[in-house]
Design a protein. Structure first.
Length: 263
């Protein structure tokens, strides 16, 4: 195992995903919610903004502290499949630890839990580190000894039904797949984008310089992301400075980009 991976396990991987998908209707503010069941120091991060009332062409992105991307509500309890593709970005790293987790998630049980397929994308000791991770019904598994690389093409799939839950990350470039199947749940929403990452001391890491990240083939139950009229979110720091901006949907409605703005 490389020095960077060892340091990651010691300093960062004991933290966990800041799952932004647990969103409920209300004002566009940001708070830490929930029982923190996804690993030491973790917690639900909830932007508290409407998820589907405004069309893409009319909506300005809401600001959150730990998420950039799109989310939409789904019919409560429906069998919901969220799938997307992205290419692992090349990071410009400094010695300061920074991390995000591009993912596809399905909040469930009236936003009290979630399942997510994601890829840790961060800087550790000045080096870029990538590995897959899965959250199934609120329980997170991080595959820190399965390194990915910049340029790898990744397929994210999260499926939640009342019968069972499945989260899966597939590295198309290397053929590696990580999958967990769990008990069923009642889907509440679906989202695509970059989640934040908490350390074991509950500190939210800043954003690494990833340049631009493109999510493609974004489908919910086989329908284009845009057809759901999801709400856009941009990530900001405590001072309101935009850290990750979210672009509009591409023609066809299955793709969008997020852009690094500030650490």
């Amino acid at each position: 195992m490389s020095h960077a991976i060892r340091m990651l396990v010691a300093a960062v991987a004991v933290g966990a995903l800041a799952m932004s998908g647990l969103m409920t209707a209300g004002a566009a503010s940001a708070t830490l919610d929930g029982p923190g069941t996804h690993g030491p120091g973790s917690g639900y991060f909830s932007p508290h903004a409407g998820s589907h009332a405004i069309g893409l062409e009319a909506a300005a992105p809401a600001s959150t502290r730990a998420f950039a991307g799109y989310q939409t509500a789904v019919r409560a309890g429906s069998a919901t499949v969220a799938t997307a593709t992205f290419t692992v970005p090349t990071l410009s790293c400094t010695a300061i630890a920074r991390a995000i987790a591009p993912g596809a998630g399905v909040p469930a049980n009236n936003y009290q839990t979630a399942s997510v397929a994601f890829v840790f994308t961060g800087c550790v000791n000045g080096r870029a580190v990538y590995f897959p991770g899965l959250v199934v019904n609120g329980t997170e598994t991080d595959y820190t000894t399965t390194p990915f690389a910049a340029g790898d093409v990744i397929i994210l799939t999260t499926k939640v039904s009342v019968n069972r839950t499945r989260a899966q990350v597939t590295d198309v470039t290397t053929g590696v797949t990580k999958m967990i199947i769990g008990t069923g749940a009642r889907a509440s929403a679906a989202y695509f984008g970059e989640n934040g990452w908490f350390t074991s001391s509950a500190s939210l890491l800043h954003v690494p310089d990833f340049g631009k990240l493109t999510f493609t083939n974004c489908l919910i139950d086989g329908k284009t992301l845009a057809s759901w009229k999801p709400h856009a979110y941009q990530r900001v720091n405590s001072g309101g400075t935009v850290q990750i901006s979210t672009g509009g949907p591409w023609p066809g409605g299955t793709a969008f980009t997020t852009h690094f703005q500030h650490t």
